[in-house]
Design a protein around this ligand. Structure first.
Ligand code: CA
Length: 741
């Protein structure tokens, strides 16, 4: 695939000030979020009756889906076979449940004994009858708009854990909460982070041996990463492991003290941004319990700030344990082993992407060998011995420009120019990663791993001291890096064909691709493989598709409302097999770039959509945006003012409100917003914080009046520009467009 520079990625390089916290403008949606009094589950006297023994033997109960990844090994492979190539034609929608809140949905539901536990945006938890979608209870932890503004990537949540009658949820503002699985009542609630810092939680907790473990995110904004394990019954802290040293290199009184002193401290200098901002290394997604080796595998994120010459200026060390896979003892949190995928990370190459445990024929004489597999952002597919941490193989699963391979010591062979902050060096993968959080699956039958991949490059440029932006995004690169477009360019067509992705079937033993289905856009959904020889994946174009697991042949599809990114899962109740996918609109890249995927509709509700054989239900029509797509002000200022506004918009606004001020529909499209009509209404929101309760906080401490005026001039210009380009009604990438590829 030919790839042009992705100017939208300037959004990511840009120092983005806000976390896209704004809620729907639909006040009904907000009111509906107030949880009704919990109702007991009459039919389920032992709700969430999941024990350690039952989890370890999950293979014997394929009708359940008891953890985020389907089992402790997180293969996301099911041995259920009632839905297969012969019956696919009868697969239709069995039920649809509308969540209480708009915004992105990323969760994989858990299903135990006929009850589905699933989380949606704003960390709301839902218990549903898995046969019918009937609501049993909901729990809303009431995340505030101000706390929501701390996030980088929408108020999403990827799932819950269940264990011995409790449901555990990581709340966006840093809480970990235990709910009574029968009623949704809070049994205990712990604040797991310093809430004065920009920590957030979007990942799913995991439960094992009477412990529940959670990490956190925030490395784009300046935090120090760690995970914490708590007692499932009492909520008491069991152990904590920090992934990077304490800034003063002193002990924390944590499980990580010894190994940080032995291995990590000397890989960091004594000055620089890491000593004030925490260094990053957040564990925001993959945490996998390895029951065979009784250890927990942590996927560790990028450095904070990204730019290592600012993060750690007087050192040249590897900055352990950034961008590493690290194993700790399940009981104590004591270090076992680590493998660092990207020493001294500088490209946001997190290694927190999903991990899968499996036995592959990689032992002596092709004997089974227990391995952990990961396809992190940096584009290498890693196969590592789960017991020892020995690197078995690292093969590029995507085109890359930053490295040419991995040497005999397991270190990437870097292309020197990729580290030189050179304006001409297009780095691939970019910070969205060759693979992100979207779960991959592994089929024992085919021996293949099914990976949703992205292609999206970036130029990483030196920070410009003349052009610093006061913001709480903190990555240390120039804000207009890779931004070739100037006024008047900046329409939807400029956003297209600059990236892509694929569904990749990867052979982890041979270290090579078996087949790939290319897509015109990145960030498609996670995968589910089933023993009947199928792989299911949802696409941003708004459909769920089944592929032949051996060949990649597209064999079935069904439309969805919204642009899904979550992974499908499957379960069986009363002899009937179901497949569930969450669909909504929002999350990460959709907010800045989403108009390419989908029409600029009003905020779409998150939905739980469940398929079954013979299902006859239909989906609701997409929400319509009733706002007139006309400029609300005459053009303001000259090219110079509008160009200044463009740069400021890129630095401060576009991650939430869309590149070129073209909203994906998750948050209001400012081009058509009434607040652009007058200086007074614009200032009321941007400078006085009139919409703070909805999460749109004042920018008065970051932007002066001249700057907010310039942004308004740019936004109004873009409204007129859209009319001139005949793009006021945004075209959408439809399911048919996706199928054509
Ligand atoms: Ca990151």
């Amino acid at each position: 695939m030919t790839v042009k520079i992705m100017p939208i990625m300037a959004a990511l390089a840009a120092l983005i000030a806000l976390g896209c916290a704004e809620e729907s403008t639909d006040s009904d949606a907000e009111n509906a979020g107030a949880a009704a009094p919990p109702t007991a589950i009459d039919s389920s006297p032992a709700a969430a009756n999941v024990s350690q023994a039952r989890l370890i033997a999950a293979d014997e109960e394929p009708e359940q889906w008891m953890t985020y990844g389907g089992s402790y090994d997180e293969t996301r492979h099911s041995t259920l076979t009632k839905i297969n190539r012969d019956t696919l034609a009868d697969l239709g929608i069995g039920w649809v449940y509308d969540m209480k809140k708009p915004r992105g949905v990323e969760a994989t539901p858990v299903v135990v004994d006929g009850v589905m536990y699933v989380s949606g945006s704003w960390s709301v938890v839902y218990a549903l009858d898995a046969r019918t979608g009937k609501e049993l209870w909901t729990y809303d932890p009431k995340v505030s708009g101000e706390d929501a503004a701390k996030g980088c990537c929408d108020v999403v949540n990827r799932g819950v854990a269940v264990y011995e009658g409790k449901v555990f949820v990581g709340v966006f503002d840093g809480r970990l909460e235990a709910l009574d699985a029968k009623t949704g009542e809070v049994l205990w609630s712990n604040v797991t982070v310093d809430q004065s810092k920009p920590y957030t939680i979007t990942g799913a907790p995991r439960a094992f041996k009477n412990k529940v473990i959670i990490g956190n995110g925030g490395a784009e904004l300046g935090v120090r990463g760690y995970v914490t394990a708590y007692d499932t019954d009492t909520g008491d802290l069991a152990w904590r492991f920090y992934t990077v040293p304490n800034p003063n290199k002193e002990p924390d009184g944590a499980a990580s003290d010894d190994i940080l002193a032995r291995l990590a401290n000397d890989t960091w200098g004594d000055t620089g941004a890491w000593t004030t901002d925490g260094g990053g290394g957040t564990v925001w997604d993959a945490i996998v319990y390895d029951s065979v080796n009784d250890q927990v595998l942590l996927g560790i994120g990028n450095g904070s700030p990204w730019n290592p010459t600012l993060r750690d200026p007087d050192g040249n060390g590897d900055n352990l344990f950034l961008s590493s896979i690290l194993a700790v003892d399940a009981d104590t949190g004591a270090y076992r082993w680590h493998y660092q995928t990207t020493p001294r990370d500088m490209w946001d190459y997190t290694a927190t992407q999903p991990m899968i445990l499996a036995d592959l024929p990689l032992g002596e004489g092709n004997a089974p060998r227990r391995v952990v597999m990961q396809a992190p952002k940096n584009g290498f597919f890693y196969v590592i011995d789960a017991k020892t941490g020995e690197l078995i193989s690292a093969d590029a699963f995507t085109d890359m420009t930053w490295a040419t391979g991995v040497d005999e010591n397991g270190r990437p062979i870097e292309v020197p120019a990729a580290r030189q902050l050179n304006d001409d060096m297009v780095v691939l993968p970019g910070p969205t990663g060759a693979h992100n959080w979207h779960p991959m699956s592994y089929s024992e039958d085919t021996g293949l791993v099914y990976i949703p991949t992205n292609i999206w490059p970036l130029i990483y440029s030196r920070p410009d001291p003349e052009n610093t932006v006061k913001s709480n995004w903190n990555i240390g690169y120039r804000v207009d890096a890779g931004w070739p477009l100037t006024i008047p360019a900046g329409g939807i067509e400029d956003m297209r064909s600059m990236g892509g992705g694929s569904l990749l079937a990867w052979d982890p033993v041979k270290g090579e691709a078996r087949w790939a289905v290319p897509f015109p856009v990145p960030f498609n959904g996670g995968t589910l493989s089933v023993a009947s020889g199928l792989v299911f994946q949802a696409h941003k174009g708004g459909e769920l598709v089944a592929y032949d697991a051996e060949t990649g042949e597209r064999v079935w599809s069904h439309g969805l409302v919204g642009g899904p990114g979550a992974a499908p899962m499957t379960y069986e109740v009363d002899g009937e097999q179901y497949i569930t996918i969450l669909s909504g609109w929002g999350s990460t890249i959709a907010m800045v770039y989403g108009v390419v995927f989908e029409d600029a509709v009003g905020p779409e509700m998150g939905r739980v959509i469940t398929f079954k054989l013979g299902g006859q239900e239909t989906l609701p029509k997409p929400l319509e945006n009733g706002i007139a797509r006309t400029p609300k002000s005459e053009p303001l200022g000259d090219d110079a003012l509008q160009t200044k506004g463009l740069r400021l918009f890129a630095a401060n606004c576009q991650w939430c409100h869309g590149a070129f001020a073209i909203s994906s529909g998750v948050l209001p499209d400012l081009r058509w917003s009434a607040i652009t009509a007058t200086e007074a209404s614009w200032d009321a929101v941007l400078r006085e914080g009139a919409l703070t309760t909805r999460g749109m906080v004042s920018f008065a401490d970051r932007l002066d009046k001249e700057e907010t005026d310039a942004i308004r001039a740019y936004v109004v210009r873009q409204a007129w520009n859209a009319q001139a380009l005949d793009e006021a009604d945004a075209p959408k990438a439809t399911a048919a467009d996706m199928a054509a590829h």
